[in-house]
Design a protein around this ligand. Structure first.
Ligand SMILES: Nc1ncnc2c1ncn2[C@@H]1O[C@H](COP(=O)(O)OP(=O)(O)O)[C@@H](O)[C@H]1O
Ligand SMILES: [Mg+2]
Length: 234
């Protein structure tokens, strides 16, 4: 059976791979086939979940992530190319982009923040324009290689063209950038929104407006929490 052959080949590759990192949701390995480096992304099972449920969730999420990467590839949005996927193992094989995360590139001042923000926003605008929302658009989920930017990590992505879902992406980028890149946050967010508008066109303004409402709601919740905790501890 083809999938048995694939399984055997993959277990041979995995045995010679090195660990690249362990994320919140996954374990990543790098393997070399001839001179071509590939990433093996294994989705972690949720330990607190019923094992049968955790297994079904892994299968469904792996299928969705693989489908989404394939569509992203087909639309030529810069991302690693998907090579294969084994949903039952929670495994996705993809091209290795040997660069640095945008987060690190900004921290080490390897890229111009204005350009970086603009390109990051353009990419999210293109993703939204094909009916997908990313779900985790932080600077850790872009890789920069020779001044080319790639979006990675479709582990939380969904098929959606809803205003609310799109606004969440914009809000998440803004919130994560304020927390991680205090020094350049203003420039990054402003140019991100410029790039987003340029790529998505007219619908972008409404999305951005909705994202600022989410921001205000977030502040309101944070304030209430502060008041609440003060009342409790004084
Ligand atoms: N295709 C890739 N090429 C190079 N590095 C990658 C690739 N995919 C993931 N990485 C690295 O592994 C990290 C975690 O991968 P990611 O897909 O974001 O998983 P998680 O869902 O656990 O965050 C990334 O931040 C990046 O540094
Ligand atoms: Mg990630």
């Amino acid at each position: 059976m083809v999938s048995e052959d694939l399984r055997r080949i993959i277990s041979r590759i995995t045995s010679r791979a090195r660990i690249l990192g362990v994320g919140a949701e996954s374990v990543l390995l790098v393997a070399k086939i001839n001179n071509y480096k590939i990433i093996l992304k294994f989705r972690k099972m949720k330990p607190y979940m019923d094992p049968e449920l955790a297994k079904s969730l892994t299968i469904l999420r792996t299928i969705k992530e693989s489908k989404i990467i394939a569509i992203i590839n087909k639309n030529r949005i810069p991302s690693p190319r998907i090579l294969f996927s084994l949903p039952k193992t929670g495994l996705i094989g993809m091209e290795y982009i040997e660069g640095t995360t945008l987060k690190e590139a900004l921290e080490r001042e390897l890229v111009d923040p204005r350009t970086a923000g603009r390109v990051a926003g353009e990419i999210i605008g293109r993703v939204h324009s094909i009916g997908i929302v990313h779900g985790d658009p932080t600077t850790s989920n872009y890789i920069v290689k020779n001044n080319n930017y790639y979006l990675i990590d479709y582990g939380l992505s969904e098929f959606s063209d809803r205003l609310e879902d799109r606004a969440v992406d914009i809000h998440l980028f803004r919130r994560a950038t304020l927390a991680t890149h205090a020094k350049y946050a203003g420039i990054l967010i402003e140019s991100f929104l410029d790039g987003y508008r340029a790529a998505l066109g007219e619908p972008a303004d409404k999305v951005i407006e909705r994202a600022s409402k989410l921001e205000l709601m977030g502040r309101y919740v944070a304030e209430r929490r502060t008041v609440w905790s003060k009342q409790n501890y004084s």
